[in-house]
Design a protein. Structure first.
Length: 269
C-alpha cells in the first residue's frame, strides 16, 4: 500500500487552494500512490476564524466535496481530505471534518475533530472553540489492496496530545493525521508526539501538515512525515508545499509486533 503525505501553505483563496491540492494529488497518483492525505485546513486558512463559516458545506454535498470526489475518481486514488468545514445546528460554528473518499469518489466516512486547540503566548493566540463544534466519536476505516485489508485510524492535529484516543481506536495499521501545527508548538512537540503515537501503537503514522508563512501571517511548522512502527522517520518534508511517499508493508508491521508484543501485554486498570 503506497501512501502520499501532502504538505501545503494554504491561503485565503479557496479556488487557489483547491487547485494546489488537485495538482499535488495528481502527482501522488502519477507516483503510484493508493492514498493521498491532505493537511488540516487545506481548503482555507483565512484572515479570521469566521472565514471558514462562509465556505461551510453539508456533509455529502458541496463544491469542495464534489471537487475532491471527482479528483479521486479521475485519478483512481483514495483521498483523506484534511479538514473541511461541515455545517452544524449552530450557524456560528462548524465541524472541522476529515472526509475520506475512495478511489471511485464515494464518501467512505468522516471524522469530526474532537480536541479543539487553544493556545496563548504573547501576541500569539488561538481558540478553535470560537468557531468549531467538537466531535464526539473516534473512528477508523478500511481499504483493500491486493487482497490485503488495511485499517486506518483518523485524527487531526491537536488530537495527537491525547494518547487515550488512539487506544480507543484499537489496533490499526496506520494513523493518518492531517495537521496545521503552529511553528511555536511544532518545533518542540510535533515530532516527539508523532513518534510516540507510532511506537506505542506499533503502527505507521502518516502526518500531513501546513508548512510555511500564510497570507494571514500565521506561521505553521510543516515537517510532514511518515513514521514506521518502530518509530523511525521514513520520509519528511520540512517546509513549503509538496509531497512525500512511502510503501507500507504488512510484513514490517507483523515483524515488529511479533518481536515486541507490547499490544498483547496491555493491562487495564
Amino acid at each position: 500500500m503506497k501512501i502520499a503525505s501532502i504538505q501545503m501553505v494554504s491561503g485565503c483563496n479557496l479556488e487557489h487552494n483547491l487547485l494546489t491540492a488537485g495538482r499535488l494529488i495528481a502527482q501522488a497518483a502519477e507516483q503510484g500512490c493508493h492514498i493521498a492525505v491532505l493537511p488540516e485546513y487545506f481548503c482555507l486558512l483565512g484572515r479570521s476564524d469566521q472565514d471558514k463559516l462562509r465556505i461551510q458545506e453539508t456533509y455529502g454535498k458541496g463544491p469542495i466535496q464534489d471537487y475532491l470526489a471527482n479528483l479521486a475518481e479521475d485519478h483512481q486514488i483514495a483521498i483523506v481530505a484534511g479538514t473541511i468545514p461541515i455545517s452544524t445546528q449552530d450557524p456560528m460554528r462548524v465541524y472541522n471534518s476529515c472526509i475520506v473518499f475512495d478511489k471511485f469518489g464515494k464518501h467512505l466516512l468522516r471524522y469530526d475533530k474532537i480536541h479543539l486547540f487553544s493556545f496563548t503566548s504573547g501576541n500569539e493566540s488561538y481558540n478553535e472553540s470560537k468557531t468549531l463544534t467538537a466531535g464526539q466519536q473516534p473512528t477508523h476505516f478500511e481499504l483493500v489492496d491486493q487482497d490485503q485489508t488495511w485499517r486506518f485510524g483518523l485524527s487531526i492535529c491537536y488530537d495527537i496530545r491525547f494518547p487515550e484516543m488512539y487506544r480507543v481506536m484499537g489496533e490499526v495499521d496506520a494513523h493518518l493525521i492531517p495537521a496545521a501545527f503552529t511553528y511555536t508548538t511544532g518545533k518542540d512537540h510535533w515530532e516527539i508526539l508523532l513518534r510516540a503515537r507510532a511506537i506505542e501503537n506499533q503502527c505507521y503514522v502518516i502526518a500531513s501538515a501546513q508548512g510555511g508563512t500564510h497570507e494571514n501571517s500565521r506561521r505553521t511548522w510543516g515537517h510532514s512525515m511518515i513514521i514506521q512502527p518502530w518509530g523511525n522517520v521514513c520520509a519528511m518534508l520540512e517546509h513549503g508545499e509538496g509531497l512525500i511517499t512511502h510503501e507500507l508493508f504488512k510484513s514490517e508491521l507483523n515483524e515488529i509486533r511479533n518481536k515486541l508484543p507490547a499490544l498483547t501485554h496491555r493491562t487495564f486498570f
